[in-house]
Design a binder for this molecule. Structure first.
Ligand code: SER
Length: 330
């Protein structure tokens, strides 16, 4: 039986990857967490070590890495998000689906104990219940990103049932962190802070009353670690768990920021991302996650905004996401 965890993170330079890699290293030790992404090593900060360039679509390279180390856990975070996915749907489908199948196949072959793969609120669509969207119900996503996440969830369940692979997944809401986001529809809730601290007017690409489910990154990272460490017998969901935290509109987050930065101004210029946002839930019923593994968010809108403003002010240019512009980001 494997005792020491040896962990592979794929997509370590993305918005989630940077923070999850660091949290996993705090928990399991730096050398136990092997970071990979498509960015060249010289563009990645030294703090990412041990790091290797990896294109997850390169099955031969992925297999040779997985053969060379007895990974016990794999976190596969590389994906094309909702807004970027609509610019080239077939390429997004190809990357999102084939990379997942590569990881699942090789994880079975090399007897990985646990796999994490993120899903999203994008699995829901215009016919889903808008408020308090339940764990089970109508999905019918309309973005290629949502299609790939909905299909991917079913592949995860299939590999669990067919091969006993312990794949676990969360339907992340829009994730808010000081680091660069990855080309999604919820990115406005990160961009707005950068404009606020630079004293620039923020032009929002969604309408002021567009409500969406959101989560502050520390909650998302804790949710991921708690899910992965929960006893296997508690896992009643083998597709992906709904998890909720905050729900707000652009106007509501703006009002909260203005409390601290009274001169900050916002303008609205909705683009193609409005239609995507309108197809998604406004809030999420996460009662199954709460019951199965004790999920509970810490941050509300006010505490998230206060912490974000502080962090963005501190943010230096030495961040992995800013140096790896070509990285595949989640
Ligand atoms: N943040 C993602 C996006 O906007 C949703 O999971 O694409």
């Amino acid at each position: 039986m494997k005792t020491k965890e040896i962990i592979l993170v794929i997509g370590a330079c993305g918005q989630i990857g940077r923070e999850l890699t660091s949290a996993l290293r705090k928990k399991y030790g730096t050398d136990s967490v092997f970071a990979t992404d498509i960015a060249a090593p010289e563009t990645v900060p030294a703090s990412m070590e041990p790091y290797q360039k990896l294109n997850v679509m390169d099955t031969v390279a992925l297999e040779s890495l997985m053969e060379s180390k007895a990974f016990t856990q794999v976190y596969h975070l590389a994906a094309v998000l909702s807004a970027n996915g609509e610019r080239n749907p077939k390429a997004a489908w190809d990357l999102n689906m084939n990379s997942l199948l590569n990881v699942l196949d090789l994880s079975v072959k090399y007897k990985v104990s646990k796999v994490f793969w993120p899903s999203s609120i994008a699995v829901f669509g215009p016919n889903s219940q808008k408020l308090n969207t339940p764990q089970y119900g109508v999905m019918e996503p309309t973005t290629i990103y949502g299609l790939s996440k909905a299909a991917g969830e079913l592949w995860c369940k299939y590999y669990f049932e067919k091969y006993g692979l312990d794949v676990r997944s969360l339907r992340y809401p829009g994730l808010i962190s000081a680091g660069e986001p990855g080309g999604g529809t919820t990115d406005y809730a990160v961009d707005i802070f950068h404009s606020a601290v630079k004293a620039q007017v923020y032009t929002c690409f969604l309408k002021e009353d567009t409500g969406l489910p959101m989560m502050y990154m520390p909650d998302a990272i804790r949710a991921t670690l708690e899910l992965m460490n929960a006893p296997v017998v508690n896992m009643s969901v083998r597709t992906a768990y709904n998890i909720g935290a905050l729900s707000f509109t652009p106007e509501e987050i703006y009002s909260e920021i203005v409390k601290q930065m009274p001169d900050f101004k916002i303008a609205y210029q909705p683009d193609f991302r409005q239609e995507i946002a309108d197809s998604w839930p406004q809030s999420i019923d996460d009662s199954t996650a709460r019951k199965d593994w004790g999920w509970k968010p810490d941050y509300d809108l006010q505490s998230m905004v206060e912490d974000m403003l502080e962090n963005i002010k501190k943010l230096s240019g030495a961040d992995c996401g800013q140096t790896s512009g070509t990285a595949v980001l989640v």
